[in-house]
Structure formats: structure tokens, C-alpha cells
Design a protein around this ligand. Structure first.
Ligand code: HEM
Length: 344
């Protein structure tokens, strides 16, 4: 490990790599051992981003979208080969492909109808299906005293629910789950050039599937979120175009899926780490909402996020005309009021 400084004096940590196996296994253990722990901001050559670690700085970044654009939120971390770029563009995967990487006013154009369709009524109506799916998946585990929670429950449950909510036929669930894995590799991995073309081809197929789904639902509406979005389009086709609906579905099908798999896994892991915590929850199921909230803070499924600066900024008390990018590390935020156990 060596630490130096950028031309503008910002510390450099060339041991920090959020894709290293040790970081993926336990980001907090790695962060606490970094030589620059406690440094508000450092540059990480492994990803060519500046990293900020303090809650106040992270909050300032997220609260200032004019200075910190979302455009890089899903951008590949490695340069893509020309063939992969060509396939992605031809398949409708543009540089700012979805809600999460758009800034205002384009963001609101997608966000408003998505929020309207993702109504409390629709979410509440999903509860019986979520409960029945959970029961079915746990019944399959039977009396096993040891089983892989992610394979049995944490992965299939959110994926099935989000695809079902979108109106995807059940026989296509496995295909979509498979495609979503490629999407993670594109945005949050370091795919080798020879793998990039396969990833790009898969993403193009995934986008084409969602465009077809919108066409199918436009002809035969059902009781699903896609049909609700098409109804909003029908009210005023200029306010929400059909291709924008497939973009919203692209966002939802991934965002509502891997995040929740991670949350279920992290929550159960943190509860089982301390038998007393697990016993408390079993004895008092009323503690479950607080346990979920605390897991989101203590061990979130999205511990790292990205923004790109639109102009020179001062961050962590440091003005650096060389900034272009920053990765907020959002894990272990401020403790909420409801806690199951004090954080370590
Ligand atoms: C543990 C669960 C979840 C976590 C930790 C999580 C985390 C995140 C994060 C960090 C962002 C980026 C926010 C930003 O750029 O400002 C995001 C955006 C988003 N998430 Fe989630 N999410 C979760 C569950 C879900 C679920 C269940 C859905 C939908 C069914 C969903 C849909 C979305 C959408 C559509 C966006 C883009 C919103 C926008 O740009 O306006 N997420 N999520």
C-alpha cells in the first residue's frame, strides 16, 4: 500500500478498491483499516473516483444536484470496447439510460408518473401475494436446519414480486433475473473486454423485452404497474412516451430487486450474529420494522453511490479544481431513533 497526493494535494489511497473481494465481504472492516480512515476525502486510483466518507459531506453532495450530477450513477467503471458500446446504443441503452442517472427536469418527467403508478393502493394490494410467495418459498425449505437463505428466499422473493408487479408472465421470471445479473456486471463490475460484448448483447435483449412488454400491455391492459403507466400515457401521450415507460421498467426491475435481496440477507445475518438479537425478534415480532430500519443504516445493501461534479467544488473542507467525480460511501449513516441494539 502507498499513499501519495494528487496534483492538488488531495490524499491518494491506492489500496482502496470497492470491488475487491475483502471489501465486498465486509466493507466496514476494510474501511476501518484503511490508512486514510477518518480522512474526509481521498482519491482512489482503482476506480478513478474521489471517495468521501463523512455523513455531512455525503448529505451535502446528495442535497446539491446542480453541483453533483447523477449522470454517472450507472456508468460502467471500465471503458467499454467499441463493439459493446455499439450494441448498447443500438439496443436503446443510451449514456443516461434511466431515472436514477437523470437530472432535473428529465428526471421528474419519469419520476412523477412512476410515483403515481407505484401508488400506496398498488403496494398495499401486493401484501397478500408477498406473504403467499414468502410462505411458498419457506415451505420448500421444509424442516431443514441449515439452508442457503439467499438462494431459498432473499433472491427469488423480491425478483418474483417486482416482475409480477410489472405484469411479466411467470414463465419469463428466470430470464429476467438472469439478465439483471448482467446489468450489475455492466455498472458495478470490471468486465473483461471479451465479456463486454456478451453483457451488451444481454442488456439489448433485456431492453427489447421491456419494449415488447409495453406493446403487449398497450394492446391488452392488465392489473399491473405497466398497464397503469400506459393509462397515464393515454391521458397525455406527450407527458409520458411509451419508450419512457420501458425505461421506467428498466429502472424498477433492477432497483426493486437486488437491493432487497441484499437487505434481507444483511438483516438476517446481523440478527443471527448475536443470538440474543435473534431471540428478541422471535419473541417480539413487533421489533421487526425497527430491525429493518437499523439494518438499512448499519449494513445497507447499497453502501456506495456515485455522482459527478458539474463545476469545481469544495468537499470535506478541501477545494480541488481537479475534481470531476466523487463516490459517497453512504453506509453506517446517522443512527435512527428506533434501534434494536446499539451499533458497535
Ligand atoms: C433495501 C432496499 C433498497 C435500497 C437500499 C435502495 C437504494 C436505492 C438508492 C441508493 C437509489 C439511488 C438514489 C439516488 O440516486 O438519489 C435508489 C433509487 C431507486 N430505487 Fe431503490 N432501493 C431499495 C429498494 C427499492 C425498491 C423495492 C424499488 C422498487 C420496487 C426501488 C426503486 C428505485 C428506483 C425506481 C430508483 C430511482 C429513483 C429516482 O431516480 O428517482 N428501490 N434506490
Amino acid at each position: 500500500m502507498t499513499t501519495t497526493a494528487t496534483a492538488h494535494g488531495c490524499p491518494v489511497d491506492d489500496s482502496f478498491d470497492p470491488l475487491a473481494p475483502a471489501f465486498l465481504a465486509d466493507p466496514y472492516a476494510v474501511m476501518s483499516e484503511l490508512p486514510l480512515t477518518g480522512t474526509p476525502v481521498f482519491y482512489a486510483p482503482s476506480i478513478d473516483y474521489y471517495v468521501i466518507t463523512r455523513y455531512a459531506d455525503i448529505e451535502a453532495v446528495f442535497r446539491d444536484p446542480a453541483a453533483y450530477s447523477a449522470a454517472v450513477a450507472q456508468a460502467p467503471l471500465v471503458p467499454l470496447v467499441a463493439e459493446a458500446q455499439r450494441i448498447l446504443l443500438a439496443g436503446g441503452h443510451k449514456p443516461a439510460p434511466s431515472m436514477v442517472s437523470l437530472d432535473e427536469p428529465e428526471h421528474a418527467r419519469l419520476r412523477k408518473p412512476a410515483a403515481r403508478a407505484f401508488s400506496m393502493k398498488r403496494v398495499t394490494a401486493m401484501i397478500p401475494t408477498i406473504e403467499a410467495t414468502t410462505k411458498r418459498l419457506l415451505d420448500q425449505v421444509g424442516d431443514a436446519t441449515e439452508f442457503d437463505l439467499v438462494t431459498a428466499l432473499a433472491f427469488p422473493l423480491p425478483a418474483s414480486i417486482v416482475f409480477w408487479m410489472m405484469g411479466v408472465p411467470e414463465q419469463d421470471f428466470a430470464r429476467l433475473k438472469y439478465w439483471c445479473g448482467y446489468r450489475a456486471a455492466l455498472s458495478w463490475g470490471r468486465p473483461a473486454p471479451e465479456d463486454q460484448v456478451e453483457i451488451a448483447t444481454t442488456i439489448a435483449a433485456y431492453r427489447a423485452y421491456l419494449r415488447d412488454l409495453v406493446d403487449v400491455k398497450a394492446n391488452e391492459p392488465g392489473d399491473d404497474l405497466t398497464s397503469d403507466l400506459i393509462a397515464i400515457h393515454d391521458e397525455d401521450p406527450e407527458r409520458l412516451r411509451l419508450d419512457e415507460i420501458s425505461s421506467i421498467l428498466f429502472s424498477l426491475s433492477f432497483a426493486g430487486h437486488e437491493t432487497t435481496t441484499g437487505l434481507i440477507g444483511n438483516t438476517v445475518r446481523r440478527l443471527l450474529e448475536d443470538p440474543a438479537r435473534w431471540a428478541d425478534i422471535v419473541r417480539q415480532p413487533g421489533l421487526i420494522p425497527a430491525a429493518v430500519e437499523e439494518s438499512l443504516r448499519y449494513d445497507p445493501s447499497v453502501p456506495v453511490w456515485r455522482r459527478v461534479t458539474t463545476r469545481p467544488v469544495t468537499l470535506g473542507g478541501r477545494a480541488d479544481p481537479g475534481w470531476r467525480q466523487a463516490v459517497p460511501l453512504a453506509g453506517r449513516g446517522r443512527p435512527g431513533r428506533r434501534r434494536v441494539r446499539p451499533a458497535r
